[in-house]
Each structure stands twice: as structure tokens, then as C-alpha cells.
Design a protein around this ligand. Structure first.
Ligand code: NAD
Ligand code: 89V
Length: 338
């Protein structure tokens, strides 16, 4: 399977490493408007076919899928270009800047018969997958309460300076992952209420968000995110879980400790492996990149829909929109409004 990648920036390096690890896949073309970034990645990964214009890359073709690793403002144009070229698509989160764009992108891939998956990787982290396996097995019974929590003081702005610039920050960039984890455990959401705060005076958007989700399944779930939390040890980038079920409970605590409590209590270490190209503390995210990309390849090979397909991700993106509306207007928002 041959692929092309657009956007050779900060995070794409992980994606390029992970593609190299996946059997039967080769990235044959690279594109970036920034020639310095383009040439650096081409040299590091030994890729000869390079473009500063995505249109030219699609016109030349020679690949079965495209990996879109640019930031959100370019996603709609690039996804529609890829659909027109008839290739399968994996696109980074946030999938789109608004729901209209996101719906149009899903429709364009559907019309072309192309697989469209969103690189929404947090639910694919191995510690989260271990917890999902326990809950889906019924070991704690029917869940009725959840908390998915991400609280950190890590400086994300030095690697990703654009995160300090937007009017929106933590829900759109990080909360989107945490909301998606809540969906993976408890399914679709009927209503959401959210508050936001900005603690860091040097950024434009909110860096704290506290959300209450009412799932269609009846589960109440708190999703809380902060990049203003000073704590030792620093937990970046771990998502922590607390889930209460009818016959037991589950916790994923800091340090990747997974505890399942029924009549007995069992704690296991679900630390992610440190891949040869990975670096702490990012290794948790880096490993999930390989897992999600492998899932994309498996789905294309078997003709099945990815779990985090474009269509599925509309529901995660709708939660982001609803959370901002809720925080702005101080009211509970029904997802049917979005
Ligand atoms: P970045 O700014 O470092 O890199 C983006 C690159 O895309 C830049 O080199 C830019 O020149 C290029 N680009 C932009 N528009 C283009 C176009 N139309 N054609 C060709 N090249 C174009 O950004 P980043 O930090 O690598 O983030 C990229 C995406 O990855 C974002 O959507 C971000 O939210 C996401 N991200 C995801 C995770 C995760 O865990 N899933 C982590 C970090 C970042
Ligand atoms: O995953 C992300 O999108 C990153 C980070 C973990 C730093 O928030 O931007």
C-alpha cells in the first residue's frame, strides 16, 4: 500500500515513523508549503517525490491513500482534493473548523467511495484500550458514572505555538480527545453543560474546561481538562479514568495503573511500550499513532469502516461545538441543536 503525507510539521514526524513500522506500507510522496520542513522530512525518511503544492501531488498520483497532517484550516480543501483524486484518507484532528465543513468532507469521501478516517488517537492509547476491554467485557456491570480527566501544566506551546494564538484552545485541541474517550466508553451524548476558564494570561483561548455529559445510555460523565494544573509528578499526557458500574468499578490512575474492583481488587501496570523512535513523556501518544495507523490499514484491507471514521467523528466534533455554546451562554446544550 502506497501513501502520501501532507504537512511535514511537528506531529507528522511521529506519523512518518509509525508508517515505517507498519508492514506492507510505504510513504512515497511528501507535501508541505514550507520547503524547509518538506526537505528535512524527505531527507530523514528517504522520500524522493516531494511537492510544495498538494494539487500537483494529486495530479501526479502513484499512491493509494493520503495522510493529512496539517492543522485544521487546510483540512476541508485537502480532504476534498483527495476525495476527487479517489484515494483513501486519514486526516488529523481537529477534523474541521466547523460542522458545515466537517459534514461536507464526509459527503465528499462518501461520494468518491473513499475510506475517510480521523486521526483521533487518544482512545487508541494502549492503556485506554485495556480499560475499554474490561468495561466492554461486562466485568464491572452496567456503567452509570464516568470521569475522564486530563490535568497538566506541561508547556505545549513551545512545540505547537499556534495553540496560544486561537480564540479557542483546550476543548478544541485536547478536550476533543477526552470527549472522544468518553464516547468510546459510554456512547453517544444527549446533553452537555460546560464551563471554561483562562488561567494563563499569555494565551488567547481557554486552558481549563469542566464538562458534564448526559449519555444516551444513561451514564453521567464528567470530562475535565486543564493545562493550568501545577502538580508533581506531572501527568502529561495521561488521561485518567474513574468508572462506576452496577457490580464494580474501574480506575486508570497516574503511572498507568489500572485497577478493577469487584469482590476483589486487582491492579495491573498498563504502561505503554517505549517504541525505538519515541521519547518520554510523549511515548504514550506516539504508540497510539502506530496503533491508529495500523487500524486504518486493516480497515482498508478488510473493507470495513474505521472506528474513528469521518462520520463517527462528526459526533465528537459536535460535542466540541456544544461545549463552547454551553460555556458561552451558561446553559445545557442538547446535541440535537448542533
Ligand atoms: P505544524 O504547524 O507543526 O505542521 C503543519 C505543517 O503543515 C506545516 O509545516 C505547514 O507548512 C504545513 N501546511 C499547512 N497547510 C498546508 C497545505 N495546504 N499544503 C501543504 N502543507 C501545508 O502543526 P502540528 O503541530 O504538526 O499539527 C498538525 C495537526 O496535528 C494539527 O491538526 C494538530 O491538532 C494535530 N496534532 C495531533 C496530535 C495528536 O496526538 N493526535 C498531537 C499534536 C498535533
Ligand atoms: O494531542 C494533541 O492534539 C496535542 C496535545 C496533546 C499537546 O494537546 O496538541
Amino acid at each position: 500500500m502506497k501513501g502520501a503525507l501532507i504537512g511535514c510539521g511537528f506531529f507528522a514526524q511521529n506519523q512518518l515513523h509509525a508508517w515505517r513500522d507498519i508492514d506492507g506500507v510505504e510513504i512515497v510522496a511528501l507535501c508541505d508549503q514550507n520547503e524547509i520542513a518538506l526537505n528535512a522530512s524527505a531527507k530523514l525518511f528517504g522520500i524522493d517525490q516531494v511537492y510544495t503544492d498538494a494539487q500537483e501531488m494529486f495530479a501526479d498520483g502513484g499512491f493509494d491513500f493520503v495522510d493529512i497532517a496539517t492543522t485544521a484550516p487546510s483540512h476541508r480543501t485537502l480532504v476534498e482534493m483527495a476525495a476527487k483524486a479517489g484515494v483513501n484518507i486519514i486526516c488529523q484532528k481537529p477534523f474541521a473548523e466547523n460542522m458545515d465543513d466537517a459534514r461536507a468532507m464526509v459527503a465528499s469521501a462518501d461520494a468518491a467511495g473513499a475510506t475517510l478516517m480521523v486521526h483521533e488517537n487518544f482512545r487508541w492509547q494502549s492503556a485506554i484500550q485495556s480499560a475499554l476491554k474490561v468495561v466492554r467485557s461486562g466485568a464491572i456491570g452496567e456503567p452509570f458514572f464516568g470521569r475522564v480527566s486530563f490535568r497538566s501544566g506541561y508547556d505545549v506551546f513551545s512545540g505547537q505555538p499556534y495553540l496560544a494564538e486561537g480564540q479557542r484552545f483546550i476543548i478544541e485541541d485536547l478536550g476533543i480527545h477526552i470527549l472522544d474517550i468518553a464516547r468510546a466508553f459510554f456512547g453517544d451524548v444527549d446533553r452537555i453543560a460546560a464551563t471554561t476558564q483562562r488561567m494563563n494570561p499569555n494565551i488567547n483561548g481557554e486552558d481549563v474546561a469542566t464538562m458534564l455529559l448526559e449519555h444516551h445510555s444513561g451514564v453521567s460523565c464528567i470530562v475535565d481538562c486543564s493545562y493550568a494544573t501545577k502538580r508533581i509528578p506531572e501527568n502529561f499526557p495521561q488521561s485518567l479514568l474513574e468508572i462506576d458500574g452496577s457490580i464494580g468499578s474501574l480506575r486508570l490512575d497516574a503511572g498507568y495503573k489500572l485497577t478493577v474492583q469487584t469482590d476483589d481488587e486487582i491492579t495491573v501496570d498498563v504502561s505503554p511500550p517505549l517504541l525505538p523512535w519515541a521519547e518520554r513523556p510523549w511515548h504514550n501518544i506516539q504508540e497510539s499513532v502506530k496503533i491508529i495507523q495500523q487500524h486504518f490499514v486493516n480497515c482498508i484491507r478488510s473493507g470495513s469502516q474505521p472506528e474513528t471514521s469521518g462520520a463517527d467523528n462528526l459526533k465528537t466534533l459536535a460535542l466540541v461545538e456544544a461545549a463552547y455554546i454551553s460555556a458561552e451562554h451558561g446553559r445545557t446544550v442538547s446535541l440535537s441543536e448542533i
